[in-house]
Design a protein around this ligand. Structure first.
Ligand SMILES: NC(=O)c1ccc[n+]([C@@H]2O[C@H](COP(=O)([O-])OP(=O)(O)OC[C@H]3O[C@@H](n4cnc5c(N)ncnc54)[C@H](O)[C@@H]3O)[C@@H](O)[C@H]2O)c1
Length: 324
């Protein structure tokens, strides 16, 4: 199996690369390195530096090689930034995805796996959120993902390409065998932030609101281990090939943890104090977001092997602890 992984030098992409290599695939990584960590370019892959927004770069990707599938992770991912700079998200996420999708059609690639997001659902009407939940994104980032999902549906109807839209909840953790060593760039995620504070690089963890209707008043979110996410890409691709049916799947842990719960558990694992400060609620935040992933479990036999809280914390710490 010869595949392209766009964004394969990024945080989740580098873990998807590992899962694909572990499965014996021949992998080409296509990445413009805009938010990648060069340290995470896997030497067992062919690396092509390029952007999904540049026609010449895409031609260069397809000029010499024929591929069976594309796993498309390249995108910008900060929901707050998407509201301040929608143009960037239009180019990178909507137009970039259409560019790579059209290249797939031109180059007769039959399978496409897309990094979508739980952001397509917007504010939860109910929890746990399943794939039948209304799709009403509450930020532009979520809209860019929904827009690409919709294009995939049409391209599949018209051109026959088979696709999987994988709606990730919050990716967390690192490869437990420490094969990925480069930290996530510009992350706004809670667990890396706790690690930065634990290392003394940031003074405290801001907790935005402690008066939500949750057990300790802080927001509850769904954190899924990045290696569990990664393997789902491979299982989805193999499902598309075997069954020739499209997939739309939630990928989360189904377990919600509150901000305070994660801080307290990290304190106890690292045996150190980690300061935090309670601030005002942020506009748009909600009390609880938790996934239902029974579709992924039933259809692709997905198992969440590493998504327990302790593994999420320990596997992140082993990367953050050794960096200066
Ligand atoms: N991290 C999460 O919790 C999360 C949750 C839901 C969905 N996602 C999606 O997963 C994907 C990967 O996210 P990540 O957390 O690994 O982020 P990341 O920033 O680490 O990875 C994105 C990668 O894509 C590359 N890239 C960006 N624009 C590009 C372009 N125009 N052409 C080629 N390469 C480009 C970057 O250099 C980087 O290596 C994204 O599509 C993101 O929207 C992430």
């Amino acid at each position: 199996m010869k595949i392209v992984i766009t964004g394969g030098a990024g945080y989740i992409g580098s873990h998807v690369v590992l899962a694909a290599l572990d499965r014996g695939y021949d992998v080409t990584v296509f990445d413009d390195l805009s938010t990648a960590n060069k340290e995470n370019i896997n030497p067992k892959t062919k690396f092509i530096e390029g952007s999904v927004n540049l026609k010449d770069d895409l031609s260069n990707l397809f000029i010499n090689d024929r591929y069976d599938a594309v796993i498309h992770l390249a995108a910008s991912k900060a929901s707050g930034e998407s509201m301040l700079n929608p143009k960037k998200y239009t180019y990178n996420n909507i137009i970039g995805s259409l560019n790579i999708l059209m290249s797939c059609i031109d180059n007769d690639i039959k399978y496409f796996i897309f990094s979508s997001s739980a952001a397509v659902y917007g504010n939860p009407r109910y929890v746990p959120i399943d794939e039948f939940h209304p799709l009403i994104p509450s930020n532009y980032y979520g809209y860019t993902k929904l827009s690409t999902e919709n294009s995939l549906e049409w391209f599949s109807k018209i051109h026959g390409i088979k696709y999987a839209s994988l709606r990730y909840f919050n990716a967390a953790g690192f490869d437990i065998d420490k094969r990925i060593t480069g930290k996530e760039k510009n992350t706004e995620n809670l667990i890396p932030l706790i690690m930065e504070v634990a290392k003394g690089r940031k003074p405290f963890i801001p907790i935005y609101g402690n008066d939500y209707k949750t057990k300790d008043g802080t927001g509850i979110r769904d954190y899924v281990h990045v290696s569990d996410l990664a393997i789902a890409h491979i299982s989805s691709l193999e499902y598309l090939i075997k069954h020739s049916k499209n997939l739309i799947l939630n990928l989360g842990s189904e377990a919600g943890f509150s901000v305070l719960e994660i801080i307290e558990r990290t304190k106890s694992i690292l045996k150190m104090d980690i300061p935090y400060k309670v601030m005002e609620r942020r506009v748009g935040d909600v009390a609880k977001i938790v996934s239902s992933c029974s579709q992924a479990e039933d259809i692709i036999r997905w198992e969440k092997k590493h998504s327990g809280l302790d593994t999420l914390i320990k596997s992140t710490w082993q990367i953050y602890n050794k960096k200066t």
